[in-house]
Design a binder for this molecule. Structure first.
Ligand code: ZN
Length: 293
């Protein structure tokens, strides 16, 4: 599933080919993409819009138009975007939408499992939309102190807190496991139990994991492709994610697998220890924060 590094990779490839271009014609073949809005209506609204900037917020690709409106694309599980010069778009049974640009090239949206979304927002809707859903950008000006504030008082397992997009925008299962391994923190530690040294380690590790992912153009496990159709290579360098039974790169102990917040979670049982007294109630079964009475 695409996380921040994968979406950022797509953004970097699409920005130079989209910026300044006009959406000449738009076809949206799948009503799930724009639900509850009619896909034909959304496609008509998009036609004629000229792209000012291709940005990213968390895992959302944000296509800002000169009109001030913005198209928010979320790839969810299996979505991908592909840019192709005029007439070179290969056939694809999983294609859900195509945007033809005013230079004749195409941007095609593919989605096998059809969980992705396209939302067209009016200028005044953009800020409240993200404020409700997303915490700070981990690669922006985020400080360790700000991260500590996001975790303070939370009893949810650390891994669940990292997956919560309101803690940090753009984290997902892969980079959460990689960051926790790097920071030597157990995924079930209560999020609010970290010392300031541990938060500082986590802060560095999160940013390092995401930067590594971007440098390798993301991780291709199944469906993810970059905007020119190639694969990322981060999957060749995982330290924890998906490595059950393989030796830890740091200490040689076999990597273990558990479930946290309903997600497969990989960690080193030697480097990432959980003090028994710290184990949260209902260990691993819930991703929600318990609020005090
Ligand atoms: Zn280890």
């Amino acid at each position: 599933m695409p996380e921040l590094p994968e979406v950022e990779t797509v953004r970097r490839q699409l920005a130079p080919v989209l910026e300044g271009r006009r959406f000449e014609s738009v076809e949206i073949a799948d009503g799930r993409l724009t639900r509850p809005l009619d896909p034909v209506g959304v496609a008509r609204e998009l036609e004629g819009e000229r792209v000012r900037e291709v940005g990213r917020r968390g895992k959302y690709l944000v296509v800002r138009f000169e009109s001030g409106r913005a198209l928010l694309v979320h790839l969810r599980m299996t979505g991908s975007l592909r840019h192709a010069r005029a007439g070179t778009l290969p056939d694809d049974p999983y294609r859900r939408a195509v945007v033809k640009l005013d230079d004749g090239s195409d941007v095609a949206y593919r989605d096998v499992r059809r969980f992705g979304t396209w939302e067209l927002l009016e200028p005044e809707e953009l800020r409240p939309y993200f404020e409700r859903r997303l915490g700070p950008e981990p690669l922006g000006t985020l400080s360790a102190r700000r991260l500590a504030e996001r975790l303070a008082g939370r009893r949810a397992p650390l891994k669940a807190a990292l997956l919560d997009q309101r803690t940090l925008a753009g984290m997902g299962n892969i980079y959460a496991d990689e960051a926790l391994w790097d920071a030597r923190l157990h995924p079930l530690r209560p999020a609010g139990s970290l010392s300031s040294d541990e938060v500082a380690r986590l802060h560095r590790a999160v940013r390092r994991a995401l930067r590594r992912g971007i440098a390798r153009q993301g991780a291709t496990l199944s469906d993810y492709r970059t905007a020119d159709g190639s694969r990322g290579s981060m999957q060749d360098e995982f330290r924890a994610y998906g490595r059950e039974g393989e030796p830890c790169d740091r200490c040689g102990t076999p990597i273990a697998k558990t479930r946290v917040a309903g997600r497969g979670t990989w960690y080193c049982p030697s480097c990432q220890q959980l003090d028994r007294a710290e184990a949260p109630v209902g260990t691993g079964s819930s991703g929600s924060d318990a609020s005090p009475p």
